[in-house]
Design a protein around this ligand. Structure first.
Ligand SMILES: [Zn+2]
Length: 246
């Protein structure tokens, strides 16, 4: 057990925390994590986001109506709580009512459901205290840079990407500090993608044992993506030499 990192729950040799950097955006993110997601950390990005977002919290559960911490947060007058979830007419960073609510000095508290879409729906259905919160969404359209899970629709970005895009949109509308660099979120996510594909390829080639029933089975090895985004080129060159990819 001592070989395990208690922040990202990965082995210390390939722990992601070493690539994480604080994104102190002034928004409080709370990840409501389905127990399945909590257990199978392989592609969960909520925990990755959590290690980059200093004030964030992870709360595990399915029905949050009686959850003590959720109840405390919802009752805390210093926060304006919202749920990051699609809606017919969602609140966005551009919505005047959001700015108005935050103009009283309240801090934006964003609940994020960190689960598959099917489980998310169930969690919301069972948690009316969360379901009744204003639904916040993006004014832009985003596609995931990569998907491990077969999400039903293309617009399904991962949890960590959702945080990244939301922070960026909040910056454009002046709600989050534009001086804060949200790129570490994307950086650590891309790091995870590269690592996962490398590992999967090794399993397919028989160089590593399968650790999950769905590992490697009918798949072909995939090309490891090289991400060249913004100021990350230099860093990604360093990544390619990183010993944890061996
Ligand atoms: Zn770690």
């Amino acid at each position: 057990m001592s070989n395990l990192c208690y922040k990202c729950f990965r082995k210390k040799d390939n722990c992601y925390c070493q690539y994480a950097k604080d994104v102190d955006c002034g928004i409080k993110f709370v990840f409501l994590m389905h127990p399945k997601e909590f257990k199978y950390q392989k592609t969960g990005t909520g925990r990755l986001a959590h290690i980059c977002l200093p004030e964030s919290e992870i709360i595990m559960g399915i029905d949050f109506t009686q959850n003590q911490r959720v109840t405390e947060l919802l009752a805390d007058p210093s926060y304006y709580p919202v749920l990051l979830y699609p809606a017919e007419i969602p609140v966005t960073a551009k919505s005047p009512e959001l700015k108005e609510k935050l103009s009283t000095g309240k801090k934006l508290l964003v609940f994020v459901i960190d689960s598959t879409w099917a489980c998310s729906n169930k969690m919301i259905r069972l948690s009316p205290n969360i379901a009744k919160l204003p639904h916040i969404s993006f004014f832009g359209n985003y596609k995931s840079v990569f998907t491990f899970k077969r999400e039903p629709k293309e617009y399904c970005v991962s949890t960590i990407e959702s945080c990244y895009y939301l922070i960026k949109e909040m910056q454009t509308s002046g709600i989050a500090d534009p001086q804060i660099d949200p790129e570490p979120l994307m950086y650590v996510f891309k790091k995870m993608i590269v690592f996962q594909i490398e590992m999967e390829n090794l399993r397919i080639q028989g160089k590593l044992p399968n650790i999950h029933p769905k590992d490697s089975l009918p798949r072909k090895t995939r090309k490891v993506p090289t991400f060249e985004v913004g100021g990350l080129v230099e860093k990604s060159q360093i990544i390619s030499k990183s010993p944890d990819l061996q």
